[in-house]
Every structure is written in structure tokens, then in C-alpha cells.
Design a protein around this ligand. Structure first.
Ligand code: SAM
Length: 229
């Protein structure tokens, strides 16, 4: 029944949060995709439903227990074909190509870390792929999970207003996107580039391509390099 995301978190009430608005939210209401958020604490231990403990070897902070997290994962997706992820600053950086592949699959099971992180053994033991949304540290995996889900959901068939707008965007051709303009024609002394008003579709397409290449070379030499090799 559509693309299906399951999130494991200590804060299920954070979901759907921003995913309940605009294109993603409307698609959620239509049933184009579905989301369930599960409280890891339901599998916590003892009277206090404890989920974490001190790090082996000492040091600051707390670590999410492998046994608790594994039982939460097993309850959600024991026999499930969806890929399983752990949001983690150590993970492979999320990229549009990966997002597209994920959006074409059945969905995702996403574990949100908290504290210092999660016990290493559950990552291997439950086949979690670590994914990072960038080289900075968040206080928890929930925002990262929302980023990944949002990027996937907007690519699902029928979710975006114009079917073609996905194909031209930043990263889809290994380039950053060209600049956009709309009315008014002149604003605070700045004009819309003449060529965009010329009605010459070929010239407009060429200009956009050149601008996309210029911006990519200037701002993201790493992407440009990858493209030309
Ligand atoms: N001690 C960890 C480290 O230095 O790598 C950071 C743990 S962070 C405070 C808590 C949780 O936030 C992580 O387990 C992860 O789930 C999430 N998180 C933080 N930064 C992230 C990022 N850049 N991408 C994805 N998830 C992130």
C-alpha cells in the first residue's frame, strides 16, 4: 500500500511533524505513502523502561542498548523486505542518487539514535546501514530521518505538482540548478536576464545549461570533477 516508512525513536510524538505539511503531508493524507513511528522505550527494561546505559570503557554520555533496540526492531520489521537504516554522523552521506533508488523501493525502516550513539553490536546484528545527512552533529536522529523521508517522498509518483520538475533539479544531472526568476521584470534595479523573455526555447535551454555548469564549477568543484571524469 504505497511507500512505507517506519521510524524507531525515543520521541515518536515528533512525527509526522513537518512531514505532515505541503506536498508530503497531502500525499500522506491521500495514502500515497504511510508512516508509523514506534517508541523504542516500549521495549525498555525494568520499572523505568530503561533504554540506555553507560559506555563500556568509560567516558561521557550514555549508549542505547543493543538488546532493547533489537527487540524494538524485531517488533517492527522481523520479516520485512525494506532496507534498514541508522541515522548516524558516521554513515555514508545521503545523496540524490541514493534517495531516488530508495524512493523506487518499498520504503524504509529508520532508527533514530540519541545520546552518544547506539551499541555497535546491534548495527551488525540487525543489518543497519548507517546514513549521514552531513558533516555536523545533531542532538538526535529524528530530524535526519525526516530529511531522508522528505527527500524520498517528493519523488513518489504523483506527489510533485509537475511530473517533470524532479528531472531538472539540482543534482539530477550532476549539476546544481540554474537561477530562477519571476515577475516583476525589474525589481530594485535588477532585471530578469533578457534571454529568458525572448521566447526562444532553444536559447533559454542553452543559457540554463551554461548557468548550471558555471555555478557547479564555482560552488561545487567536487561535483564538477565527478561529472567530467
Ligand atoms: N557521539 C556521536 C558521534 O560523535 O558521532 C554523535 C551522537 S549524536 C549526539 C546523537 C544521534 O543523532 C546519533 O546517534 C544519530 O542518530 C543522530 N545524528 C547526529 N548527527 C547526525 C548526522 N549528521 N546525520 C545523521 N544522523 C545524525
Amino acid at each position: 500500500q504505497g511507500w512505507h516508512a517506519s521510524v524507531l525513536t525515543l520521541f515518536p510524538e515528533m512525527f509526522p511533524g513537518p512531514l505532515g505539511f505541503s506536498l508530503a503531508g497531502e500525499a500522506l493524507k491521500r495514502g500515497d505513502w504511510s508512516l508509523d513511528a514506534h517508541d523504542i522505550r516500549d521495549h525498555g527494561l525494568g520499572r523505568h523502561r530503561s533504554v540506555d546505559d553507560t559506555p563500556a570503557g568509560g567516558g561521557p554520555g550514555m549508549v542505547l542498548r543493543a538488546d532493547v533496540l533489537a527487540s524494538a526492531i524485531d517488533a517492527v520489521c522481523a520479516a520485512d523486505a525494506r532496507p534498514r537504516f541508522l541515522m548516524s554522523p558516521r554513515g555514508r552521506p545521503l545523496e540524490q542518487a541514493r534517495v531516488r533508488a530508495l524512493a523506487e523501493g518499498p520504503g524504509a525502516v529508520i532508527v533514530c539514535g540519541r545520546f552518544e550513539g547506539v551499541d555497535e553490536r546491534v548495527i551488525a546484528g540487525r543489518g543497519l546501514e548507517e546514513v549521514s545527512i552531513g558533516d555536523y552533529v545533531l542532538s538526535g536522529g529524528e530530524l535526519a530521518a525526516m530529511v531522508m523521508i522528505d527527500a524520498c517522498v517528493r519523488l513518489l509518483p504523483g506527489v510533485m505538482g509537475h511530473d517533470s520538475s524532479g528531472a531538472e533539479e539540482s543534482f539530477e544531472a550532476g549539476l546544481l540548478e540554474y537561477p530562477h526568476y519571476t515577475r516583476p521584470r525589474a525589481w530594485e534595479g535588477r532585471e530578469i536576464p533578457e534571454i529568458l523573455l525572448s521566447g526562444n526555447h532553444g536559447a533559454v535551454a542553452r543559457w540554463r545549461r551554461e548557468e548550471a555548469e558555471r555555478l557547479t564549477r564555482a560552488r561545487r568543484p567536487d561535483l564538477w570533477e565527478k561529472k567530467s571524469t
